[in-house]
Design a protein around this ligand. Sequence first.
Ligand SMILES: O=C(O)CCC(=O)C(=O)O
Ligand SMILES: [Fe+2]
Length: 191
Amino acid sequence: MTLPQGASYHHDFLDPEEEADITRLLDEGLWDGGLRRRVQHFGYRYDYKARTVTRETRLGPLPAWLATLGQRLVAAGHFEAPPDQVIANEYLPGQGISAHIDCEPCFDGTIVSVSLLSRCEMIFRPRGIAGRTGGGSSVILEPRSALVLKDEARYLWTHEIPARKSDNIRGERVARSRRISLTFRKVVLTR
Ligand SMILES: O=C(O)CCC(=O)C(=O)O
Ligand SMILES: [Fe+2]
C-alpha cells in the first residue's frame, strides 16, 4: 500500500473500550439523516451545500470526550493546535462517500479520520481525474485506526470510500458492517 505524500496511517489510535464508549455516546446523540449517510456535527456545523463554516454555525466547544481525542492528536504531533470541528459519519454496508477534497478555505492543512467498528477501503486519486478509474492508490482503514491527511494528500489528491457491501482485502471478499468515522479539523474563519 503506497499512500500519497502527506498521508499517514496509524493503527490502534483507540483501544476497544474507547471504541465502544464512543459508539454508545454517539448513539445517545442525535444522528442527522439528511445525507445519504447519517452524520453528527460538533464544534461547528459544516454547510455541505454552500461549502462553508462560519461564526454563525458555531455549535460550541467540543464535548470533553472529543476534546480529549483532539489533545491526543496534538500530543502525537498530528495537529499543532487542537482541532475544533468534528463530523461523525455512519456508513451502513453499501454506503460510502464520493471523491472529494475537504473544503480548502474552511479548514486548515490537517484532516484526521478515526475509524470505528468496520473495515473499509479508502481510495485516493490525483486531483482533476476524480471519477476515472485507475491511477489511484488505496488503504484499508481498520477499526480504531487514524488516518492523517496533510500536504499533497490534503490538497492534491481526492479521497473516497466506494459505496459497497464488501471490500477485496488481499484477495479476500470481506463483508462490511456498520462503520463510524470521526473526522477532526481546525476551522479557518474568513469572516
Ligand atoms: O469516513 C471517513 O473515514 C472519511 C470521511 C471524509 O472523508 C470526510 O468526512 O470528509
Ligand atoms: Fe474527506
